[in-house]
Design a protein around this ligand. Structure first.
Ligand code: SAM
Ligand code: DTB
Ligand code: SF4
Length: 384
């Protein structure tokens, strides 16, 4: 099945002048019938062959120097009844986290304004819920509308959704819903016992049916086997539509959680996971998600090379630290990467975002782009 090409045409460089054409040519080739043996064979390619292949696919579908920039906000923190073994927000583990009730709508909007000022183009709101209560929905819907009015793309992750809740979020104009499969179906029960893999798949179906873009990925470094990483990517790519956004998180080991003492995850296995995701889901944004605090800049550069083209920007994820914004600006500057101008979600839902994208493009042409909030790559090089 075909899907929206999420590349930002306005941000394309001479390296990707034909990217739009190539992307449309590849549309008919999106596959949803990946077999485990084929995926395993990709993981087992010599490293240079794998990263070359992934970068080639990336370049055919996206501006290789554009990275989508999202900011996260925890709108309801801790006291979650679920038992996800990785999560500092589960009520079952003593992680020293302060519990916070659902934030007031105005405070959320203020945070979104700050994220926009800092150069972010998507605002992701996360709640430590198994699923939202109906009584929470009016506030959540007001947050979607308020953040959209700022010209930001909106994303929410609230746990499992009923059909009417997904529909209401879609009608409010929510651009993305994040709901992770986390790992393979086989390993899932070692990580979470309070819900099933099928529960996750069902919510993803509700989200698709509501016309909201799907953001679905998972976590590596939880002690899963390489076969589990194969099974995990197989589940994502064989969904009826590839998720428009695929966050690949490296486990953030939090004291007090059952996975606090997990072994270090091999950097090359991490890069391989991103590369295989890029090859299997060529038109999706692949997010280099949690875990960047533990990655050096060279590793992040390699992640961008193999096709990661989205990050969380700002010093906090939901409850754990993320690189400082100025470190990310410097990294973008050194690599000649610019923030992607949002357009795809605007095409789907939002005239206000369309206007915002046009405004950013105009600013970009007059030298005052959002990316001017980031270091200018050429200027950086001149200084060095
Ligand atoms: N409660 C909702 C849910 O579980 O869908 C939304 C919030 S939950 C914190 C969002 C995602 O964050 C999880 O699905 C998981 O993939 C990721 N996550 C949570 N804790 C993490 C950790 N310690 N390291 C990496 N990713 C984590
Ligand atoms: C996703 O895949 N990663 C984000 C977002 N979706 C909501 C969350 C990462 C959370 C890391 C642990 C924390 O900060 O609490
Ligand atoms: Fe709750 Fe989500 Fe954390 Fe699981 S990952 S404990 S559902 S907040």
């Amino acid at each position: 099945m075909s899907q929206t090409n999420t590349a930002a045409p306005s941000a394309m460089t001479e390296h990707s002048l034909s990217a739009a054409q190539q992307a449309s040519a590849s549309r008919g080739l999106l596959r949803h019938d990946w077999a485990k043996d084929e995926i395993k064979a990709l993981f087992e390619l010599p490293f240079n062959d794998l990263i070359f292949k992934a970068h080639t696919v990336h370049r055919q579908n996206f501006d290789p120097n554009a990275v989508q920039v999202s900011t996260l906000l925890s709108i309801k923190t801790g006291a979650c009844p679920e038992d996800c073994a990785y999560c500092p927000q589960s009520t079952r583990y003593d992680t020293g986290l302060s519990v916070e009730q659902l934030m007031e709508v105005e405070k959320v909007i203020t945070q979104a304004e700050a994220a926009k000022q800092a150069g972010s183009t998507r605002f992701c709101m996360g709640a430590a819920w198994r699923s939202p209560k109906d009584r929470d929905m009016p506030a959540v819907l007001a947050m979607v509308k308020g953040v959209k009015e700022l010209g930001l793309e909106t994303c929410m992750t609230l746990g499992m959704l009923k059909q009417d809740q997904a529909k209401a979020l879609g009608e409010a104009g929510l651009d993305y819903y994040n709901h992770n499969l986390d790992t393979s179906p086989e390993y899932y029960r070692d990580i979470i016992t309070t819900r099933t893999y099928q529960d996750r798949l069902d919510t993803l179906q509700q989200v698709r049916d509501a016309g909201i873009n799907v953001c679905a990925g998972g976590i590596v470094g939880m002690g899963e086997s390489s076969a589990d990483r194969v099974g995990f990517l197989q589940q994502l790519a064989n969904l009826p539509e590839h998720p428009q956004s695929v966050p690949i998180n490296q486990l953030v080991r939090v004291e007090g959680t059952p996975l606090a003492n997990s072994d270090d995850f091999d950097s090359f296995d991490f890069i391989r996971t991103l590369a295989v995701a890029r090859i299997m889901m060529p038109e999706s944004h692949v997010r280099l998600s949690a875990g960047r605090e533990e990655m050096n800049q060279e590793m992040q550069a390699l992640a961008f090379f193999v096709g990661a083209n989205s990050i969380f920007y700002g010093e906090k994820l939901l409850t754990t630290p993320n690189p400082q914004a100025n470190e990310d600006m410097r990294l973008f500057g050194k690599l000649g990467i610019h923030p992607e101008v949002p357009r795809a979600a605007a095409d789907r839902h939002s005239p206000s975002i369309e206007k915002s994208a046009d405004a950013m493009e105009a600013m970009s042409q007059s030298g005052q782009a959002v990316q001017s909030l980031f270091y200018d790559a050429a200027a950086m090089q001149a200084q060095q």
